[in-house]
Design a protein around this ligand. Structure first.
Ligand code: AMP
Length: 307
């Protein structure tokens, strides 16, 4: 039931209307690993860090069943750095800084021990590197999920379009779906994007939940209405980790099971935003996850008499 998780391991500086932090551990693969490791083990991490990345964070990940053989540590260099500032609605943000640092020369190598993994989570990263990891796997995983963002759509669109022909599930947010398709209607956007390759498309809409598209089917998962959203950073990656973690744990790649997967993803995202950085994802217990999943069931459970 192993899951390969590719992505960034980083330092972030985050500013929200409620607080500011100059340096906190982040990165797409960090959030994916923390979220997914609550559901399935091992997580086979592929990433790159500089010598500044905290050893304690690596130990914390290892304790949770995250294998780090595929994480390259570059002496004398700095880890990827990202800085963002959230608007009052907490759904939109401006990227202030993207310093690639070690990422600029990253050429991921899939360790021999990772071969045969059944699930592949291509976290947000250069699409060319996502393709490279797919190509290095001798046996195609049962399910390949790809997460990306507007930054890569604007800078490396050709590589991203090639990657889309190789994957099963694409995860993006609503503005990225509109940008990629050139359509405002998300239903029309979904059709166009699925024609680019992925058979399944998940469109995340922040506090408004997520939509799962496949052929002519669509399913909606709400986001849990929270009194306080403290820091939305990593919510998308936590969603991805919850989704792939659930699919890998159940080994069921049907559309019906993906519906449950996006509920689990939403639950993980709802924890993630409760504190700065990945902190909350580290603290949560199995019991808290179960209680939250039950809250999701209550949120959308209703009886109706057909007219
Ligand atoms: P999310 O809020 O889910 O979009 O993810 C935020 C995380 O993604 C942060 O911890 C950043 O370090 C990381 N990140 C930001 N920009 C990029 C990028 N262009 N490529 C990969 N990871 C990124």
């Amino acid at each position: 039931m192993s899951v390969i998780a590719l992505g960034t391991m980083a330092f972030d500086a985050i500013e929200t209307p409620f607080g500011k932090i100059d340096k906190i551990v982040g990165g797409s693969a960090t959030y994916v690993a923390y979220a997914a490791s609550h559901l399935v083990k091992p997580i086979l991490q592929i990433s790159i860090v500089g010598e500044d990345f905290p050893k304690e964070e690596m130990e914390e990940l290892k304790k949770r069943g995250v294998q780090l053989d595929g994480v390259e540590i570059v002496a004398g260099k700095k880890s990827f750095f990202w800085s963002g500032k959230y608007h009052l609605d907490m759904n939109t943000r401006d990227t202030l800084v993207t310093d690639l640092n070690v990422l600029a020369d990253f050429d991921p190598v899939v360790p021999e021990s990772y071969q045969g993994a059944e699930f592949l989570m291509l976290g947000n990263l250069m699409p060319g590197l996502q393709i490279s990891v797919i190509n290095q796997l001798r046996k195609r995983p049962k399910l390949i999920v790809l997460d990306t963002m507007n930054f890569w759509m604007e800078t490396t669109l050709d590589d991203l379009k090639k990657a889309l022909t190789l994957i099963d599930v694409l995860l993006i947010n609503d503005s990225e779906a509109r940008f990629l398709s050139g359509e405002f209607s998300l239903v029309k956007a979904a059709k166009i994007i699925m024609e680019m390759g992925p058979k399944y498309l998940i469109i995340k809409k922040g506090e408004h939940g997520a939509l799962l598209f496949h052929e002519n089917h669509v399913f909606f998962a709400p986001a849990l209405p929270l009194e306080d959203v403290f820091d939305p950073t990593g919510a998308g990656d936590a969603f991805a980790g919850g989704f792939i973690g659930h699919i890998a744990r159940t080994k069921d790649i049907s559309f019906d099971n993906m519906k449950t997967g996006i509920i689990v993803g939403s639950a993980m995202a709802s924890f993630c935003v409760e504190k700065f950085g990945p902190q909350r994802l580290k603290e949560i217990t199995k019991q808290e996850i179960d209680v939250r999943l039950a809250e999701f069931v209550q949120l959308v459970n209703f009886d109706i008499d057909l007219v």
